[in-house]
Ligand binder design. Sequence first.
Ligand SMILES: [Mn+2]
Length: 435
Amino acid sequence: MFMYFNLEKILYEGKNSKKILSYKFYNPDEIIEGKKMKDWFNFSIAYWHTLGNIGMDPFGAPTMKRPWNLKDPLDTALAKVDAIFELCEILGIEFFTFHDTDIAPEGKTIKDFNNSLDKVVDKIKENMKTSNIKLLWGTANLFFHPRYAQGAATSPDPEVFAYAAAQVKRALEITKELNGLGYVLWGGREGYDNLLLTNSELEEKLLANFLQMVVEHKNKIGFKGVLLIEPKPKEPTKHQYDFDAASVIAFLSKYNLEKDFKLNIEANHATLAGHTFSHELRYARINNKLGSIDANRGDLLLGWDTDQFPTNVYETTMAMYEVIKNGGVDVGFNFDAKVRRASTDLMDLIYGHIGGIDSFSLGLRIANELKNEIDKMVKKRYEKYYNTMLGKKIINKEINFDDLFEYIKETEVETIESLKQELLELILNMHIFRG
Ligand SMILES: [Mn+2]
């Protein structure tokens, strides 16, 4: 039935199943909190990590032989289209994501590149006609080629700015043609390695101008998807301008771009910024900026972006609490995750995705059970702001410093009510241990 994998479709069998190749917690059509599980997630396979990764790292040669890698680069690109549709079909994943350079060979000029992109996009459209598989989001790779070594939008050379713009223009157009739900901008080279050699005011202005042009082009072509910025603090650049959710939101607000962009929050980028995944989700959520998620995990003992498949149910539970409070995400959950360099079998790709899907699905179930208990505890913690005159006046700003002094001058304010963190942890564990 399939070309690259000798497998049946992976199906839901429930948590007591002993079958490795099954979902224990992901039941796509089951309704949770008014919505099908699959619609909470829009799970997506990342082209680059799943089809592109051949196990190279800075210390060693490729370790993986993939059957879709052929002699001719265009043949390879066309074979990858069948491979991504096949993987989606087997795993029951309805979406995929790509950079422009993942799907077609670049050639010498942007015109060459666009010609090869056209051929591959035609094949993607053909495959889409006979399946339910869709594009989650597209993006342009503005970090791999040597021309981007000193930045793309923030390069000191305007020809590089122009090249990057031409790439994003086409990538946006392709995303629209394929009905993508979003378009992501990740500025891996937008930042600095040496501050003394950097004109920071100019680079910030260039980045803002670039993003404004993205919005203009989006409106011009009538793309209805969500524009997303993906924060990351460092790597490959020493310092990246899109450091974390808070820095990006401040930047957007300074340049009047707040209504045009949301955020794509990645677990591993959060920890690189010194935050937890749920911190970044929370910050995006309370600012109405939680648009999409790159589902993976890092390794806290390593200082880099390891992009591992998510397996930590504590983390997925906390993440799904934020997602439920947000009413879901606009775009979806993309597995920006790769198998380890030493995991060289094709089957490892299947195991990785099953593990990631089930970890988030269990997280959704637990967070949904827990949310009322947590909300009750939080509400109680702040209740004096809502049920006392003093609290209400502070919230509504109907009081000033003189009034506050008068109010409090003869009152001893010692300790306040217990935080009860340990109780919360017990409740959380009780739900997680039950599964
Ligand atoms: Mn990453």
